[in-house]
Structure formats: C-alpha cells, structure tokens
Design a protein around this ligand. Sequence first.
Ligand SMILES: C[S@@+](CC[C@H](N)C(=O)[O-])C[C@H]1O[C@@H](n2cnc3c(N)ncnc32)[C@H](O)[C@@H]1O
Length: 299
Amino acid sequence: MPKPEPRPRICDYEGSNYRTEFWEGRDRDYEDKVERVALRRLLPPGGRRLLEIGAGFGRLTSEYAAYKQVVLVDYSLSQLQYAQEHLGRTGRFIYVAADAYKLPFRPGVFDTATMIRVIHHMADVPKVLAQVRRVLAPNSSFILEHANKQNLKAMLRFALKKQAWSPYDLKPVEFVELNFDFHPEYMQRQLQLAGFAVQRRLPVSFFRLGALKNKLPTNMLVSADSLLQYTGLLYSPSIFIKSSAQRSTENNVDDATIFACPDTGAPLVQQGDTLFCRATGTRWAIRDGIYDFKAPLEE
Ligand SMILES: C[S@@+](CC[C@H](N)C(=O)[O-])C[C@H]1O[C@@H](n2cnc3c(N)ncnc32)[C@H](O)[C@@H]1O
C-alpha cells in the first residue's frame, strides 16, 4: 500500500474570536478599507461563480455583488456559521467547510477565486496554489493577498540589526508558528510554477502603524494608500496580486454539480443531507446548509 501523503499543518480558527478580537475590537478600519480598494481594482467586473478560499466570517463578501454565485470555503465551521447567519441561505452563497489543500470541487468550476489574509498560514504554498489552479476555468482570475517580508519596517529593523532574518532573502520566513511572510518575487514565481500568469501587483496597507492611525483621520490614510497602490513600490506589509489561470484544464462552469471527492476527484452525488462518492462509498454531511468536508461520515 502506498503511504498516504503527510498532511500540511493547518492554522485552525475553529471557535476563535477572529471577528470580534481582530477586526471589531482592534480599530482595523484602515486595513479593511485599503484591502477593499485593492480588491475592487483587481476583481473582474462580474462573473458566474466566485470562490473565496479562507473566507472566514465573510468580511469581504459585499465586494462580490456582481457574481451570480459565491462559494465560501473555510476550515472553520464556526466562521462559516457566522457568515451564514448574516448572509442567509438564499442559494447565492454556498458554505463549504474544507481544507484548502484538498478542495472538494470538480476541475474548472470557478471563473474567479480570491484568497485574502490566508496564504500567510500556509506551510505548503505550491500545494495550495495547485489546488486553486485546478478548480479555476481557463483564463479565469485569481486575486491573492500575501504578507510581504520585504516591507519598510522589516527593512529598517534588519538594517539596525534588530531582526535576524533578511527581508531580501527569497525564502519564506515563519516568524510565529504557521504565520509566514513571503518575498514578492517568491510568490510571483510560485504562481507562475502553478500555471498562473501574473497580471498586476498592488502594494497595500503602507500606514499600518498604531501611531499614524491614532493621529491621522482614517480616510486620509486610505486616500494616501490608494494612491501608493499605483506606484508599484512593493514595500508595503501586504501585496495583492491578480493573475490569470494559464494552460488548459476542464471547464465545468455549466455543470450541475460543482463538488468532487477530495480523495478521488470523482463527482459527488447529493443524497438527502449528504454528498456521496460512488467510487469509494464515502459520505460527507450537509449540516444546516453548510457542506462539511472536514471529516467524512462514519459508515
Ligand atoms: C486571517 S483569517 C482571514 C479571513 C478572511 N479571508 C478575511 O480576510 O477576513 C484566515 C482564515 O483562513 C482559514 N484557513 C486557514 N487555513 C486553512 C485551510 N488549510 N483551509 C481552509 N481555510 C483555512 C482560517 O480558518 C481563517 O478563517
């Protein structure tokens, strides 16, 4: 029997207070606004089906109004439950609890994908990018945000010898367990290797400093950041990248079922409140409108 592939570590947000502790309780209005500016600049004008990977509690879903269907994937059921409470069960939003390293979708079923504030938790970047590429139709768009190791603060700290790791070294740095900063050239190369053509990169969130945010009005900082996004100076803490899926893969955007077995890739059949893989007999639960791929149902 071939040994099963080792599973990459996952940064588990199950039951976390991410929304209240990180966003609402911490005055991150500036960060939220500049990310929305970048996202609006990069998102195609609209489309049929968008996938957000690591969507969390659905912070950015209001930006996807021009999409007919929006599929929110997150490893945390509790984040998705909150998203569902606020976005409802209209069928336009599909909630999927799954691991980004094993996306439970058929090839080519999405025409746009986004992944914001998520890849910094990924120890295996090539593996997750290969998954995103697989589920995107040819010529579709992928908007990826990543934490940038070559940011001004890191460059200054390195120059003053207050930081051991070099911001110029292309290798990712894991500064806290499962929290990685990436060099822009590293991420661009990984996207190309995964079959994406990088089209545009925006530096975002230059003024992410408590001292500045406390002293200056948020809208002033947002306007200044919006202008700096055009400069292409990739020295901000966050980078947004728009790329297009290259090389042919199947295009299944018109198919009735978007789901595939995360183990075999076989299309899944819905039976009652379960999804069923005919190839292996495995079943996954649909719990209160959330497709749960975190663990299959016991036989
Ligand atoms: C920092 S939050 C960002 C949430 C959202 N994208 C936002 O910007 O508000 C990171 C999210 O990634 C999810 N995540 C981390 N590793 C994951 C994985 N392997 N598969 C799916 N989701 C994952 C976490 O559950 C969490 O909700």
